[in-house]
Design a protein around this ligand. Structure first.
Ligand SMILES: [Zn+2]
Length: 675
């Protein structure tokens, strides 16, 4: 049996789940399901890249051991993938690979040993020891060349990472190097002899010109004293491997390369790697070079996809507040709606725009009004006109004349040819990872059958006994087309298609039906429909969008409150904090806010202060007036939702419960200081 092995990048365990993780993993999931239907035995890898200085630092910041930190992040990712139906339990990935696993250590060390023994195509040692000095971005886990950082404006400032805008570290230390510079010709001849190795074409050209411009040797280790959280270099305990040598190797250690815990290397390798364009170089240049050195077969290919940007084409960022939040996607859309959107709306390989509104629009137009409507109108008519039993699609010759009168073709040949053509185009599109085009092909058939039904007007045919067979034929053709569409669209929308399939009264598992083998007429007359339910509900755009907007405003308030908390958490600075007694003179709800109250508070100063606090859910304004409260009086004034807040009211903050205002059991003068 043919095998197909697909990988997502293993995600760096320094950030919690976000849309980027979801996007690549959905695509890999679609491919896996598609290939499985086409008769391949499949293996699908995703996971986390868990080593390096950045993880070490993130763990330190959170007072955790590095292992604890990566366990946490990996757990969150797995949970998210499960919720979106991408985990093993839902027929998604086969392994969640983690580079902190023991078998991976073993495997990477074996790969290193082989490379360390090897000569380059130009006859030099593939790995050698030297000194590296350069600007290093911890967040990217890579050294930065001059065109990859922001040059400092002032003389003593540090350059900053172009991606992260954080200051770079100057790193100067003993390091092992991989002699990448000797692999330029070998790599160029690889790209030449296997034109599909890097896709899409534009990205392939970028890589080729990069290699032609000359490759520099690659630092592949750090001194253990500067980076301890990593895999030891074999036979030199003073060094840990530089993350890319470690991370890239996961694709083979996961299937047993260099270790005995896992198996399947001969069976599954080579893999198709799906990667974001930001890590294409690592996969298309470094990785094949490492494998060439270690004399391991090269990957099947590297497909680079684009970024998801917001509906105006801007990069998503927390600062702009234009990110797409996974909990919101979960709340309002089915997994299939989301899968359909990213496959149909984004040309795979290019950047694509996504916004909640466009997801709603796509879902309503193509799913609710398209596939969903075709399915529910067809099934409902069969229920109503034919007692829920699928009729024969044949029209006897003597009834051709009636069919013609009703604008219905006397045989199904025209439809069948169009359907077969669309199916074949769909398959060749999916073979090329041109998902959007493939779905367009499928939707051309939906449009055709919709038109067939509207032209035939079944609600009139039912009134005419002579049109019995004509109506039967329309219903049968529509059902049989739906059966094909379920099989064809299964990889894109596994849940919905299986549901429609059962509603057609069919019991098979469509995940193993090869769409190429579909034959018109295999749907048997007399099949009794299953229970009919709508698969794609129409989404109320106005309602959903206003709920989402409201939610975003609320979470912005929570962010603001979090900042307040930070101000009085620090113990060292406590002594600098001026706490004074204040009396609430007035209290009101802030317009358009569920959380904030706006107060005037007398601190014994010339003028009372205006202070905002997130207490509206717990205290009514009337209850607050006249209360003596504790106010942080030397807090720098800040604006909350456009209002200046000149201080902060202290309250006990209880996890999951209401905050409780700090007050006094005896009378105290306004403005008295607390010490
Ligand atoms: Zn960076």
């Amino acid at each position: 049996m043919n095998t197909f092995y697909v990988t997502t990048p293993i995600y760096y365990a320094n950030s919690l789940p976000h849309l980027g993780h979801l996007y690549t993993t959905i695509i890999a999931d679609v491919l896996k399901r598609y290939k499985k239907q086409r008769g391949f035995e499949t293996y699908f890898l995703t996971g986390t890249d868990e080593h390096g200085i950045n993880i070490q630092r993130a763990a330190e910041r959170n007072n955790r051991a590095p292992k604890e930190h990566v366990d946490y992040v990996a757990g969150e990712l797995e949970k998210m993938f499960g919720e979106f139906g991408l985990d093993a339990a839902n027929g998604g990935y086969d392994i969640f690979m983690r580079t902190s696993s023991g078998f991976h250590y073993e495997g990477v060390q074996e790969l290193w040993r082989r490379a360390a023994k090897a000569k380059t195509p130009k006859g030099n040692d593939a790995i050698y020891k030297g000194f590296y000095s350069g600007w290093f971005c911890a967040a990217c886990a890579s050294f930065k060349t001059e065109d990859e950082y922001i040059k400092p404006e002032k003389e003593n400032d540090l350059p900053r990472c172009l991606v992260h805008e954080t200051p770079l570290d100057r790193i100067e230390e003993e390091s092992y190097f991989f002699r990448l510079s000797d692999y330029d010709e070998a790599l160029l001849s690889l790209y030449e002899s296997r034109p599909g190795f890097i896709r899409p074409e534009a990205r392939r050209n970028e890589v080729i010109s990069f290699v032609k411009s000359g490759l520099q040797d690659l630092s592949v280790s750090r001194l253990k004293t500067s980076v301890s959280w990593g895999i030891p270099v074999p036979d030199d305990e003073t060094h840990t491997m530089y993350v890319w040598f470690d991370a890239l190797s996961n694709y083979i250690t996961a299937i047993g390369f260099g270790n005995s815990e896992k198996t399947g290397f001969e069976k599954w390798w080579p893999a198709l790697h799906l990667v974001g364009k930001d890590i294409l170089r690592h996969h298309a240049i470094y990785w094949p070079a490492f494998l060439l050195a270690a004399d391991v077969e090269l990957p099947a290919g590297v497909f680079s996809h684009g970024l998801l940007v917001d509906s105006q084409g801007r990069k998503m960022s927390k600062t702009i507040g234009n990110t797409i939040e996974l909990p919101i996607l979960r709340k309002y859309f089915t997994n299939d709606m989301l899968r359909y959107f990213v496959l149909r709306e984004v040309v795979f390989g290019q950047d694509g725009k996504i916004g909640y509104e466009t997801v709603i629009d796509r879902s309503n137009s193509d799913l609710a009004s398209g596939l969903g409507n075709l399915s529910s109108r067809t099934l409902t008519m069969i229920q109503k006109y034919r007692d829920g039993v699928i009729p024969s699609g044949d029209i006897a010759e003597e009834n051709f004349i009636h069919a013609k009168r009703a604008n219905v073709e006397s045989d199904s040949q025209g439809l069948v040819s169009a359907l077969e053509l669309a199916r074949n185009q769909f398959l060749s599109s999916f073979d090329e990872l041109a998902f959007s085009r493939g779905l367009e092909n499928a939707w051309s058939i939906i449009a055709r059958v919709d038109k067939m039904i509207s032209d035939a007007k079944p609600w009139e045919l039912i009134k005419d006994e002579n049109q019995k067979e004509t109506l039967n034929a329309v219903l049968y053709r529509s059902c049989e087309t739906l059966r094909w569409l379920c099989v064809l669209l299964y990889p894109a929308m596994p849940e919905a298609t299986q549901k429609i399939y059962s509603q057609l009264g069919l019991s098979g598992d469509i995940s193993v039906i090869d769409p190429a083998a579909l034959k018109w007429g295999d749907l048997k007359e007399g099949t009794k429909l299953g229970e009919i339910q709508a698969v794609f509900p129409r989404l109320d755009k106005k309602k959903i969008m206003s709920e989402i907007e409201e939610g975003i405003n609320k979470s912005a308030e929570v962010e603001e409150e979090k900042e307040e908390e930070k101000t009085f958490v620090s113990v060292d600075d406590f002594i600098k904090v001026e706490l004074r007694v204040g009396e609430v003179l007035t209290a009101e709800r802030l317009p358009k806010s569920d959380k904030l109250l706006i107060f005037t508070i007398d601190l014994g100063e010339a003028k009372p202060r205006q202070i905002l606090a997130g207490l509206a859910e717990y205290y009514s304004p009337e209850d607050m007036v006249g209360k003596k409260v504790v106010v942080v009086s030397n807090l720098a004034p800040r604006k909350l939702r456009g209002y200046e807040s000149q201080g902060m009211i202290c309250a006990a903050s209880i996890e999951g419960g209401k905050p409780v205002i700090a007050t006094f059991t005896e009378d105290v003068p306004n403005g008295a200081r607390l010490k």
